[in-house]
Design a protein around this ligand. Structure first.
Ligand code: CA
Length: 221
Protein backbone atom coordinates (compact mmCIF):
# COMPACT_ATOMS: atom_id res chain seq x y z
CA UNK A 1 0.00 0.00 0.00
CA UNK A 2 1.39 3.35 -1.02
CA UNK A 3 0.67 6.57 0.84
CA UNK A 4 1.25 10.26 0.31
CA UNK A 5 2.03 12.34 3.39
CA UNK A 6 1.56 16.09 2.92
CA UNK A 7 2.91 18.10 5.82
CA UNK A 8 5.04 21.26 5.83
CA UNK A 9 6.34 20.81 9.38
CA UNK A 10 9.56 18.89 8.67
CA UNK A 11 9.68 17.15 12.06
CA UNK A 12 6.09 16.00 11.88
CA UNK A 13 6.50 14.94 8.26
CA UNK A 14 9.46 12.75 9.21
CA UNK A 15 7.64 11.26 12.21
CA UNK A 16 4.66 10.36 10.05
CA UNK A 17 6.81 9.00 7.27
CA UNK A 18 8.94 6.91 9.66
CA UNK A 19 5.95 5.45 11.50
CA UNK A 20 4.11 4.57 8.31
CA UNK A 21 7.20 3.07 6.71
CA UNK A 22 7.79 0.99 9.84
CA UNK A 23 4.25 -0.29 9.46
CA UNK A 24 4.81 -1.61 5.97
CA UNK A 25 3.64 1.26 3.78
CA UNK A 26 5.54 2.79 0.87
CA UNK A 27 5.52 6.52 1.62
CA UNK A 28 5.94 9.59 -0.58
CA UNK A 29 6.08 13.03 1.03
CA UNK A 30 5.21 16.56 -0.07
CA UNK A 31 5.86 19.78 1.83
CA UNK A 32 3.59 22.23 0.04
CA UNK A 33 0.19 22.27 -1.64
CA UNK A 34 1.41 22.49 -5.22
CA UNK A 35 3.72 19.52 -4.92
CA UNK A 36 0.91 17.57 -3.23
CA UNK A 37 -1.55 18.44 -5.98
CA UNK A 38 0.89 17.30 -8.64
CA UNK A 39 1.79 14.01 -6.93
CA UNK A 40 -1.88 13.21 -6.32
CA UNK A 41 -2.57 13.80 -10.01
CA UNK A 42 0.37 11.81 -11.31
CA UNK A 43 0.72 8.89 -8.89
CA UNK A 44 -1.54 6.16 -7.54
CA UNK A 45 -1.99 6.29 -3.78
CA UNK A 46 -3.98 3.97 -1.56
CA UNK A 47 -4.51 6.83 0.90
CA UNK A 48 -3.34 10.40 1.52
CA UNK A 49 -2.63 12.21 4.79
CA UNK A 50 -3.16 15.88 4.06
CA UNK A 51 -2.36 18.78 6.36
CA UNK A 52 -4.81 21.66 5.90
CA UNK A 53 -2.42 24.56 6.51
CA UNK A 54 0.19 24.39 3.73
CA UNK A 55 2.40 26.84 1.81
CA UNK A 56 1.61 27.74 -1.83
CA UNK A 57 -1.83 26.11 -1.83
CA UNK A 58 -3.91 25.10 1.19
CA UNK A 59 -4.93 21.49 1.77
CA UNK A 60 -8.65 22.08 1.26
CA UNK A 61 -8.02 23.60 -2.21
CA UNK A 62 -5.76 20.67 -3.12
CA UNK A 63 -8.44 18.22 -2.06
CA UNK A 64 -11.18 20.09 -3.91
CA UNK A 65 -9.13 19.96 -7.08
CA UNK A 66 -8.43 16.24 -6.78
CA UNK A 67 -12.09 15.49 -6.25
CA UNK A 68 -13.13 17.73 -9.15
CA UNK A 69 -10.80 15.61 -11.29
CA UNK A 70 -12.42 12.40 -10.03
CA UNK A 71 -9.47 11.33 -7.92
CA UNK A 72 -11.14 9.14 -5.35
CA UNK A 73 -8.30 7.91 -3.12
CA UNK A 74 -9.15 8.04 0.62
CA UNK A 75 -7.96 11.29 2.19
CA UNK A 76 -7.36 11.88 5.90
CA UNK A 77 -6.95 15.56 6.75
CA UNK A 78 -4.94 16.96 9.65
CA UNK A 79 -6.58 19.96 11.27
CA UNK A 80 -5.61 22.33 14.04
CA UNK A 81 -7.20 21.74 17.40
CA UNK A 82 -10.62 23.35 17.86
CA UNK A 83 -10.74 24.56 14.29
CA UNK A 84 -14.15 23.17 13.43
CA UNK A 85 -14.29 25.34 10.28
CA UNK A 86 -11.43 23.32 8.77
CA UNK A 87 -13.13 20.04 9.61
CA UNK A 88 -16.39 21.12 7.99
CA UNK A 89 -14.63 22.58 4.93
CA UNK A 90 -12.45 19.49 4.64
CA UNK A 91 -15.32 17.04 4.78
CA UNK A 92 -17.32 19.16 2.33
CA UNK A 93 -14.31 19.17 0.01
CA UNK A 94 -14.26 15.35 0.04
CA UNK A 95 -12.13 14.29 3.00
CA UNK A 96 -12.96 10.80 4.28
CA UNK A 97 -11.79 11.41 7.82
CA UNK A 98 -9.85 13.88 9.93
CA UNK A 99 -7.45 13.87 12.84
CA UNK A 100 -6.84 16.86 15.07
CA UNK A 101 -3.31 18.02 15.93
CA UNK A 102 -1.60 17.12 18.16
CA UNK A 103 -2.33 13.45 17.64
CA UNK A 104 -1.05 10.07 18.69
CA UNK A 105 0.62 8.15 15.90
CA UNK A 106 -1.44 5.07 16.78
CA UNK A 107 -4.59 7.00 15.91
CA UNK A 108 -3.25 7.94 12.49
CA UNK A 109 -2.25 4.32 11.85
CA UNK A 110 -5.67 3.01 12.90
CA UNK A 111 -7.54 5.53 10.76
CA UNK A 112 -5.38 4.84 7.71
CA UNK A 113 -5.95 1.10 8.11
CA UNK A 114 -9.70 1.72 8.32
CA UNK A 115 -9.73 3.99 5.26
CA UNK A 116 -7.79 1.51 3.13
CA UNK A 117 -9.98 -1.32 4.36
CA UNK A 118 -13.17 0.52 3.54
CA UNK A 119 -11.86 1.49 0.11
CA UNK A 120 -11.35 -2.19 -0.67
CA UNK A 121 -14.78 -3.10 0.68
CA UNK A 122 -13.68 -4.80 3.90
CA UNK A 123 -14.86 -4.20 7.45
CA UNK A 124 -12.58 -6.51 9.41
CA UNK A 125 -9.00 -5.59 10.32
CA UNK A 126 -7.94 -9.17 9.60
CA UNK A 127 -7.98 -10.03 5.91
CA UNK A 128 -8.58 -13.67 5.05
CA UNK A 129 -8.16 -15.91 2.08
CA UNK A 130 -8.83 -19.51 3.01
CA UNK A 131 -6.29 -20.43 5.71
CA UNK A 132 -4.21 -17.38 4.98
CA UNK A 133 -4.66 -14.40 7.29
CA UNK A 134 -3.17 -10.94 7.25
CA UNK A 135 -3.57 -8.83 10.36
CA UNK A 136 -3.50 -5.19 9.24
CA UNK A 137 -2.97 -4.02 12.85
CA UNK A 138 0.25 -5.97 13.41
CA UNK A 139 1.38 -6.25 9.76
CA UNK A 140 1.72 -9.97 10.17
CA UNK A 141 0.65 -12.80 7.96
CA UNK A 142 -0.13 -16.31 9.10
CA UNK A 143 -1.34 -19.57 7.68
CA UNK A 144 -3.29 -22.01 9.85
CA UNK A 145 -2.21 -19.78 12.76
CA UNK A 146 1.47 -20.17 11.96
CA UNK A 147 3.33 -16.95 11.39
CA UNK A 148 4.79 -16.52 7.92
CA UNK A 149 8.13 -14.77 7.79
CA UNK A 150 8.08 -12.17 5.03
CA UNK A 151 10.47 -9.48 3.85
CA UNK A 152 9.01 -5.99 3.80
CA UNK A 153 8.51 -6.12 0.03
CA UNK A 154 6.89 -9.54 0.16
CA UNK A 155 4.58 -8.21 2.84
CA UNK A 156 3.67 -5.19 0.71
CA UNK A 157 2.81 -7.40 -2.24
CA UNK A 158 0.76 -9.82 -0.16
CA UNK A 159 -1.04 -6.96 1.54
CA UNK A 160 -1.95 -5.34 -1.77
CA UNK A 161 -3.19 -8.64 -3.21
CA UNK A 162 -5.22 -9.40 -0.07
CA UNK A 163 -6.84 -5.97 -0.23
CA UNK A 164 -7.77 -6.83 -3.82
CA UNK A 165 -8.86 -10.43 -3.36
CA UNK A 166 -10.07 -12.22 -6.50
CA UNK A 167 -9.09 -9.23 -8.63
CA UNK A 168 -6.50 -9.37 -11.37
CA UNK A 169 -3.64 -7.05 -10.44
CA UNK A 170 -1.11 -6.16 -13.11
CA UNK A 171 2.61 -6.06 -12.53
CA UNK A 172 2.74 -2.33 -13.14
CA UNK A 173 -0.09 -1.77 -10.65
CA UNK A 174 1.85 -3.75 -8.04
CA UNK A 175 4.99 -1.76 -8.82
CA UNK A 176 3.09 1.50 -8.37
CA UNK A 177 1.59 0.50 -5.06
CA UNK A 178 4.51 -1.09 -3.26
CA UNK A 179 7.34 1.33 -4.03
CA UNK A 180 7.73 4.91 -2.90
CA UNK A 181 8.51 7.41 -5.64
CA UNK A 182 12.23 7.70 -4.99
CA UNK A 183 12.72 3.95 -5.02
CA UNK A 184 14.59 2.37 -7.92
CA UNK A 185 11.76 0.40 -9.47
CA UNK A 186 12.14 -2.69 -11.51
CA UNK A 187 9.03 -4.59 -12.47
CA UNK A 188 11.10 -7.76 -13.04
CA UNK A 189 11.73 -7.95 -9.32
CA UNK A 190 7.97 -8.22 -8.82
CA UNK A 191 8.10 -11.57 -10.58
CA UNK A 192 10.97 -12.68 -8.36
CA UNK A 193 9.14 -11.61 -5.21
CA UNK A 194 5.92 -13.29 -6.34
CA UNK A 195 7.95 -16.47 -6.81
CA UNK A 196 9.30 -16.26 -3.28
CA UNK A 197 5.90 -15.43 -1.86
CA UNK A 198 4.38 -18.45 -3.58
CA UNK A 199 6.76 -20.71 -1.66
CA UNK A 200 5.61 -19.26 1.65
CA UNK A 201 1.85 -19.46 1.24
CA UNK A 202 -0.42 -22.36 0.24
CA UNK A 203 0.07 -23.71 -3.28
CA UNK A 204 -2.00 -22.20 -6.03
CA UNK A 205 -3.18 -19.14 -4.15
CA UNK A 206 -1.39 -16.65 -6.35
CA UNK A 207 -2.54 -17.35 -9.87
CA UNK A 208 -0.85 -15.95 -12.93
CA UNK A 209 -3.35 -14.53 -15.38
CA UNK A 210 -1.51 -14.69 -18.67
CA UNK A 211 -0.77 -11.30 -20.15
CA UNK A 212 -2.64 -9.51 -17.39
CA UNK A 213 -1.07 -10.09 -14.00
CA UNK A 214 -1.77 -11.95 -10.79
CA UNK A 215 -4.80 -12.88 -8.78
CA UNK A 216 -4.95 -13.98 -5.17
CA UNK A 217 -7.74 -16.42 -4.60
CA UNK A 218 -8.59 -19.39 -2.45
CA UNK A 219 -6.71 -22.42 -3.69
CA UNK A 220 -8.89 -25.23 -4.97
CA UNK A 221 -8.88 -27.96 -2.40
CA1 CA B 1 0.89 23.04 8.35
Amino acid sequence: MRLLVVEDDATLQRQLSDALTANGYAVDVASDGREALYLGQEQSYDAVILDVGLPLMDGISVLRKWRAEQRTMPVLILTARDDWHDKVAGIDAGADDYVTKPFHMQEILARIRALIRRASGGADSILRCGQLELDTRTSRASCENELISLTSHEFKILSYLMHHLDEVVSRSELTEHIYAQDFDRDSNTIEVMIGRLRKKIPDGMIQTVRGMGYRLAKADC
